[in-house]
Design a protein around this ligand. Sequence first.
Ligand code: GLA
Length: 353
Amino acid sequence: MIRSKRLFVSVILLCTSVAANAQQTDKGLKDYYKTLFPVGVAITPRHLQDSATASFILRHFNSITAENVMKMEPIHPEEDRYNWGGADAIVQFATENGLKVRGHTLCWYNQAPKWMFYDAAGKLVSKDTLLNRLRKHIHDVVSRYKGKIYAWDVVNEAVSDHPNEFLRNSLWYQICGEDFIAHAFRYAHEADPNAVLFYNDYNTEDPVKRNKIYRLLKKLRDANVPVHAIGLQGHWSVKDPSSTSLAAAIEQYASLGIKIQITELDVSVFTNNKMPEQRNFTSEQELLQEQQYTMLFDTFRKYRQHITGVTFWNLSDRSSWLDNFPVRGRKNYPLLFDEKLQPKKAYWKVIDF
Ligand code: GLA
């Protein structure tokens, strides 16, 4: 009797540990970071129509961003016409599955519709007209998803890359001067006072650009403009940034009392703009990438009190915008999952802490 009771208990224990192991292997990236920050990914509506891809998203990520469909031109191609379909599908998927949504992006010089800047005669519009159009655009988009999109990249890439220029010489800047930035944040805040509002940019660790971004954000914050956070896009490579420049950037931005997210993370395996002789993912690239991802996530965890989210730009090495940028047709391997959606070596490092 005792023996059989023991047997029963051992069988139960065995079953529990098998179940625990199964659960262990079902764990996705987001689960390891559950108590730290959401882990997100940029997707297209098409991903959601394929059930294997949709379950892959749900397994590893608890936040999503539209790669393109919420940008100004795709969502608002003509003054009196919006294209809500793709954005609605993404928000609905998130709502049904309990995912967070980061909205991207409300005011950008790129992928902005031409009509926004010109009148019927083809002349540039006045500052008043442009700001009215911007206000209407932001109000329409933000209100539609109020309460469903918790954070917005309000202004994207307004700071110049040229050492001697502060703001990018875009049509926004040419027509409105610096003011369009503060207005964009105010319009977004009017439309959804609960949304977390981001300034988003790249090369945010470069000391020259970092100081310009800091100067811009400080000025906005001092003027009580509702900018709550900075998005470091995180289009990085196996060599860049260094851990010291990343830490210095995080500390400088955090000193403004704002939150930080990594909004478009990928780690290019290339450090030049040349077409390589070999097209495959080499073991040297694999090792360097593993080391870089390890450093990045060590840093994110170290600064967890400031970092409120990390979003990857694309799902896996099956397809990345870096396959065509900056070198057209150069296959890249920038993500944590390979072309078969399997975890790469870097993945196992990122979850091992
Ligand atoms: C920038 C934008 C993104 C995306 C990438 C390239 O970082 O913010 O929306 O267009 O470029 O895919």
